[in-house]
Ligand binder design. Structure first.
Ligand code: UGA
Length: 447
């Protein structure tokens, strides 16, 4: 059992802290936001993430997980400190590292014994070097420190599973001591020797690759991974535009190319583009860092441009079929940036709704989890209790997020409720042939 502190109990910090407690460590999760800490102390979870609430409650009960707003207490009580504070984008897209700097300073001044400081927030390459410098500058008590980078590869909606059963664990270290300590920390995950079966019928018998690099390489692995995945998404979206011009079907093209193991099937779903707080922000940050380092990453600029254009492509399709948008009732299915989360940051739904509102449409919208968050920024549309309510008197329906519950809707009931059975399937969620056979005007992406 290792004593760990998590500084910054946001999305990454909470999942990391909870899962490390689950594999047997003693974890303190700290956040300056007292309101959030009180919510957590009352066994409530400020975000929606499958499995997380159950794990938090279990580990709090077992005494392995506690929450505090006191960063000095968290620093003093732990051997390993994970920095999980936010790195939001500045106006020019560069990551704001002021919180990382503050935490490094605070740890250096308040430690009284050896600490391994692990950078987990998504940061530009060479941030580890800056943390190291800051620690040395403020290390008045001459405490021994090690610095490491341990990027996260958690997808919202399956973050617990991704943490406990990852494709790989990457650490960037300067010293063997830090490597050994982190290997010990992650031992139950590397060996898959803990007993929390998320998928009861699925066996995880394979060892998890533990990749050890220098700190700069680990930081780059994170940015390069997200950028590569975003590139795959923009690539297939560009292909989908060509498919529309030629009569090909992008779902078939994606299947055909994805079977090549060098390409892989994942992240080839064409649609209305990527959103969320990771891809758009990390892509921008990576472009800025590269610029600073003297490299113009025009490939990634194009990836960004293709993604930004996806909403325009959709709106043009809507205009092509509805002719006039003003006074038309348009239903929106899905508001979160992807299924199984209530996160609406950089969600395509927000841009689509604002654009349709600007054109004078009446909007009815439903999402299984994200309505309250969208209401805060767009109060003046109609929020419905379910998908059938959205369909009522709609001139068109747009699938914006492919939640599972939408896949199983009674589509004949949907059709009977709509004024005109016109569907824009922004995620190619439904079977095109079936929808057409059932009498819908079905407009997918690239098919
Ligand atoms: C992403 C990465 O997948 C994680 O590995 C990483 O740790 C995380 O960012 C992060 O940096 O914290 P996430 O943003 O939760 O995770 O979601 P993804 O599943 O990657 O999806 C991102 C966006 O791409 C979503 O809007 C999704 O709808 C879109 N997407 C994804 C597509 O349009 N097509 C696809 O084929 C796949």
């Amino acid at each position: 059992m290792i004593k760990i502190s998590i500084i910054g109990t946001g999305y990454v910090g909470l999942v990391t802290g909870t899962c490390l407690a689950e594999i047997g460590h003693k974890v303190i999760c700290q956040d300056n936001d007292k309101k959030k800490i009180n919510i957590l102390k009352n066994h409530e979870i400020p975000i929606f993430e499958p499995h997380l609430k159950k794990l938090v409650i279990n580990n709090v009960k077992k005494g392995r997980l506690v929450f505090t707003d006191d960063p000095i207490f968290a620093t003093r009580q732990s051997e390993i400190i994970f920095i999980c504070v936010g790195t939001p984008p500045l106006k020019d897209g560069e990551a704001d590292l002021s919180a990382v700097e503050k935490v490094s300073h605070l740890i250096a001044e308040n430690s009284s014994s050896y600490k391994l400081i692990v950078e987990k927030s998504t940061v530009p390459v060479q941030t580890g070097m800056w943390i190291d410098k800051t620690i040395n500058l403020y290390n008045k008590n001459n405490i021994e420190f090690d610095i490491a980078s341990n990027p996260e590869f958690l997808r919202e909606g399956s973050a617990v599973e991704d943490f406990l059963h990852p494709d790989r664990i990457v650490i960037g270290v300067q010293k063997k001591r830090a490597e050994k300590f982190l290997k010990k920390l992650y031992h139950p995950i590397i060996e898959q020797s803990f007993s929390y079966p998320i998928h009861k019928n699925c066996k995880y018998s394979e060892k998890i690759p533990f990749v050890v690099t220098d700190i700069n390489s680990a930081e780059l692995i994170k940015h390069a991974s997200n950028s590569f995945l975003a590139t795959k998404v923009s690539f297939i979206n560009a292909i989908s535009d060509i498919c529309e011009k030629t009569g090909a079907d992008v779902t078939k093209v994606a299947y055909g190319i994805g079977l090549d193991s060098r390409i892989g099937k994942k992240f080839l779903n064409a649609g209305i583009g990527f959103g969320g707080f990771c891809f758009p922000k990390d892509l921008q940050a990576f472009i800025r860092i590269s610029e600073k380092l003297g490299y113009e990453f025009s490939l990634l600029k194009e990836v960004e441009k293709i993604n930004e254009n996806r909403i325009k492509v959709l709106i043009n399709k809507i205009k092509d079929h509805l002719w006039i948008i003003k006074d038309k009732t348009i239903g929106i299915l899905g508001l979160s940036f992807k299924p199984n989360t209530d996160d609406i940051r950089y969600a395509p739904s927000i841009k689509i709704i604002n654009e349709l509102k600007r054109e004078g449409a009446l909007i009815r919208a439903y999402d299984p989890k994200a309505i309250n968050k969208v209401k805060e920024i767009i109060p003046d549309i109609i929020y419905c209790n379910n998908s059938y309510d959205v369909a009522k008197n709609s001139d068109a329906l747009i699938v914006v997020t492919e939640w599972n519950e939408f896949k199983n809707l009674d589509i004949l009931k949907i059709k009977s409720l709509m004024k005109r059975p016109l569907i824009f399937d922004g995620r190619n969620m439904w079977d095109k042939e079936k929808m057409i056979n059932e009498g819908f005007e079905y407009i997918g992406i690239g098919r």
